[in-house]
Structures are given as C-alpha cells and as structure tokens.
Design a protein around this ligand. Structure first.
Ligand code: GLN
Length: 243
C-alpha cells in the first residue's frame, strides 16, 4: 500500500518546525509497512492534483504568504477539486489563512484566499501566542488536541462551518468565540503549530486512515500502532496550555 503526500510551499511556509508534521506522517506510514511518497512543490510548481492523497501547507510570515497567495491563485481550482473529491488536507496557520476567503493584514493589504474554507481572517491588535488545548469532535469521537499558536490574524468561520474544536485553553481562531480551526470534508485548517502531529497521535491516525481510504476505497483500514510516548507528550502540552 502507498500514500502520496504533496507538501506545498515548503520553502516559504515552514515556521515553527512544521516540517515535523511531514516527518511524523512518513514515520507513521513506515511503522505500518505503508510506502510513502512525499513530493515538494514550491512557487510555480503545480502538482498533478489527482495523484496525491494528502496535501500539506505550513505556517508563514505575511511577506511569504503574499507570494504563496499569488501562486495559489495562478494554480486554478485543482486543490479545491481534489478536496471535494475526498483528498486529505492539513493547513497550519499562514496556510490555513490562505485557504479561507481572504486575509486582511495589519498593513491593510488584502490577500485573496482560495475559498476552500468558508472563513476569513483579519489582523488583530495583539498577537495570540501560547500553548493551546482544545476538545474536538472527529466524526463522533472526542479528541483532546494541543499545540502552540502564534498569530495576529483572527479567523472567523461563516455560519454553519464546523470548527476543528472548542478551545479549552488558549486563543484559537479569534480569541472571541471559543472556536479553533475548521473542518471541511477531509480538510483541516488550524492554528496549532508545534508541530501538531507528533503529539496528537489520534489525529495523525485519523488523517492517515482518510488518506488510505482516498486511495483504496472506504473499506481500507489503518492498522493501529502503540502511541504511549505521543500521549505523554500530549498530556504535557495540555498541562502547559492550562497553566
Ligand atoms: N502571518 C500570520 C499571522 O500572524 C500567520 C503566522 C503564522 O503562520 N504563524 O496571523
């Protein structure tokens, strides 16, 4: 079995060691005997959207986001179509903002988003920085997730959109409404850096199982692996957030 991952804009969207998420995905595939292909796509390189099961965008500074924003616009609707067809996507912070409808920076510049997520982002007066913990409902399964956030953008979900979770400690999407992130089909946007996946083993499992189903159909099941160490790391992260 094989899972194919497209890492979008690794040279520009790469703050807070978000590349660790890719390493975590690849390791989790290897531990289960699943072959994994990770291809990187920087500015001007357009993936064959149908060839991938998992798309990843990390976080970035406003300056770099602007370059990515223009490039994403030039790529057309392939990413949206792939997600609508069931591909998995994880977008963190700057990447999350760019997949929404727009991002208005503190300098008053508006970056048009892809509109994959029905949400928009406006720069706030203060940065939301710190550890964050949330309770998530992942298709009926309650998950506690934790990470680290650092953003000035405040993201607001349009009515009816499903957040990734409810903030237990920290700021989340906008420090106002208690939501964090967004889920649309198998696509997740979130402010959780850290990187997110190494200490959130159940989320990693969920995303990889969806990737497998994308490639092999709804009956594909991902073997469980032991994750006691990851759970310990999650406990520490939750405790830090609650402090
Ligand atoms: N530039 C964005 C903000 O500050 C995203 C930052 C990030 O990706 N950490 O809101």
């Amino acid at each position: 079995m094989e899972i194919r991952i497209a890492h979008l804009y690794p040279a520009l969207l790469n703050i807070y060691a978000d590349r660790g998420n890719i390493i975590c995905l690849a390791k989790n595939c290897q531990w289960r005997g699943i072959d994994v292909v990770v291809d990187e796509f920087d500015l001007g390189k357009k993936p064959d959207w149908e060839a991938y099961d998992f798309f990843y965008l990390g976080g970035g500074q406003d300056r770099d986001q602007l370059l990515v924003c223009r490039d994403l616009a030039a790529m057309g609707s392939g990413l949206m179509e792939a997600v609508e067809a069931g591909a998995v996507l994880l977008a963190v912070c700057g990447g999350y903002q760019l997949l929404g409808e727009f991002y208005r920076t503190a300098a008053g510049e508006t970056m048009e988003g892809v509109g994959l997520f029905r949400a928009y982002t406006v720069a706030g007066q203060r940065r939301c920085i710190g550890n964050v913990a949330l309770e998530s409902d992942m298709e009926g399964r309650r998950l506690t997730l934790a990470g680290f956030e650092n953003h000035s953008g405040k993201t607001y979900l349009r009515d009816g959109q499903q957040p990734l979770g409810r903030v237990v400690a920290g700021f989340g999407n906008n420090a106002e409404d208690g939501t964090e992130g967004i889920i649309h089909k198998n696509a997740i946007g979130t402010y959780l850096h850290g990187p997110l996946l190494p200490k959130n083993a159940l989320l990693t499992h969920h995303l990889l199982e969806k990737s497998l189903k994308h490639r092999y159909g709804p009956d594909a099941v991902l073997t469980a692996v032991e994750h006691a160490l990851e759970d310990e790391a999650l406990d520490v992260a939750v405790r830090l957030a609650r402090r």
